[in-house]
Design a protein around this ligand. Structure first.
Ligand code: ADP
Ligand code: MG
Length: 458
């Protein structure tokens, strides 16, 4: 008997990735057989033996062979950055493909059948190039990427599946390892409609780790007189980062934590010097106050774009590991006047939502659907005359950001000179008034224009 194909849902995160599927109408995540946990560090390493390691063993190698490890490659998705592992040079999508191949393998072993289709989530604020790179990664790993959905929308979908009768306006606040996404959605009769989205593509748990690393370096300079900033040893920075992340996580549950890094540097006279510190929650809050404060603007932007005040939100869903930081929760409480009971697992919600969407393809009767939105405006470069006079190279927006996708719109443009035979159309994505300050997506020419006077052809 032929088995029914299973579509998997994948959260390909900056720090951690998960894979799941819809089992009898309920999304489930598949555990990594090596650790028993479905939460898999998004880390790729090449062991000295030549073996490619993924997840927890790869993350552990950051301490011993940092130059053989790549972490947080997602931050470079869609950019020309190359990663070097030993003698190999890899593009961000190739690193991502290693992770995806591993997830695929876990799923195939678990389900005992080949898997070829996947729904992959991406940050709501990802640009077209970043989405394309993610899709390429999926294909390199042997997946047909059935659909990409925005991470906050996926999280809301996981929540919505258990609340199909709810009529609520929900704000998803997703603070992960590298990015903050805020998305506002309306839920009614099983339909989830994303309304607005805002975010910060360079704000996440990593920045909180870096703040602790900076503090540790300062303290070590005071106590041992050694400046670790001057140390180019990647092992030292690997150990500092690892200790910082561990301390940060512990401080989500305790008021103080001790950090101990023996044999961190060589002191005067060749004796090894270690680092011993105690970091209090209060000190951590002070170090990261500006990072926490940066989370406010995207929330306010998403609300303003939806013409809502905090009082118009029925529920805030906290998603992403970094929402466990008490000061981040406090910020949400200060904006909305309250915190809601935790209804979604912050580490799993996005992947569970991807699994729901994956299952919607083959399983019916779930009673839920959704619409997504685009996070950036799309337009073309044009000469615009208006309030500021004639502006050459202006961004003429055709599809405003926060439009529900799929969408279409028509605008008319005219030629600028008599008998102009050709127009060049350059499509840009972004919010800057000058096209050149936005991201160029595509360029093409229309060259069979009829011969007419300027302004007549459109
Ligand atoms: P991503 O979606 O970017 O992969 P995750 O949602 O998995 O990110 O969140 C990972 C981030 O959450 C990391 O920076 C990690 O250090 C942080 N994190 C995980 N658990 C905790 C915790 N208990 N307290 C504070 N931060 C945490
Ligand atoms: Mg995430």
């Amino acid at each position: 008997m032929a088995t029914t194909p299973i579509v998997v849902g994948i959260d390909l995160g900056t720090s951690t990735s998960e894979i799941g599927y819809l089992k009898n109408g309920k999304p489930v995540l598949i555990p990594d057989p090596n650790t028993g946990s479905p939460i898999i560090p998004s880390v790729v390493a090449l062991a000295p033996t030549g073996e490619v390691l993924i997840g927890t063993p790869a993350k552990r190698m950051l301490l011993s062979f940092p130059d053989r490890v790549v972490a947080e490659a997602k931050r470079a998705m869609g950019s020309p950055t190359m990663f070097t592992i030993a003698d190999q040079h890899l593009r961000p999508q190739e690193i991502a493909a290693h992770l995806l191949r591993y997830l695929k393998q876990i799923a195939e072993d678990h389900l005992q059948q080949p898997i070829s289709e996947a729904v992959v989530t991406v940050p709501a604020n990802f640009t077209d190039a970043q989405r394309q790179a993610t899709k390429d990664a999926g294909e390199l790993a042997g997946f047909r990427v059935e659909r990409m959905i925005n991470e906050p929308t996926a999280a809301a979908l996981a929540y919505g599946l258990d609340h199909v009768d709810a009529e609520e306006t929900v704000l998803v606040f997703d603070l992960g390892g590298g990015t903050l996404d805020v998305t506002l959605l309306d839920m009614f009769s099983g339909v989830l409609e994303a309304r607005t989205t805002a975010g910060d593509v360079a704000l996440g748990g990593k920045d909180f780790d870096d703040a602790i690393v900076g503090w540790l370096i300062d303290r070590f300079k005071q106590s041992a007189g050694i400046d670790l900033r001057a140390s180019a040893d990647p092992k030292v920075s690997g150990r500092l980062k690892d200790a910082a992340e561990t301390a940060k996580k512990e401080l989500s549950g305790t008021m103080s934590t001790s950090i101990s890094l023996p044999f961190l540097a060589i002191g005067a006279g060749g004796t090894p010097v270690g680092l011993e510190e105690t970091l209090s929650r209060a000190e951590f809050d002070r170090l990261t106050q500006s990072l926490v404060e940066r989370c406010r603007a995207p929330v306010m932007k998403a609300l303003a774009a939806a013409k809502l005040t905090p009082a118009g939100i029925d529920k805030v869903l906290l998603v992403g590991g970094s929402t466990r930081i008490p000061a981040v929760k406090e910020l949400i409480r200060s904006i909305f006047g309250k915190l809601w009971p935790t209804e979604v697992n912050p580490d799993e919600a996005v992947a569970l939502g991807a699994a729901v969407q994956a299952g919607l393809k083959t399983q019916t009767g779930l009673g839920i659907t959704f619409t997504d939105i685009c996070a950036h405006s799309l337009g073309i470069e044009a000469i615009v005359s208006g309030r500021y006079g004639v502006v050459p190279g202006a961004m003429s927006v055709i599809l405003e950001k926060n439009k529900t996708v799929p969408c279409s719109n028509m605008e008319s443009y005219s030629t600028v000179s008599d008998d102009q035979p050709v127009v060049r159309i350059a499509v840009y994505q972004g919010e800057e008034p000058l096209a050149k300050d936005n991201k160029l997506l595509a360029e093409f020419e229309i060259d069979d224009l009829p011969i007419m006077e300027a302004g007549e052809v459109d």
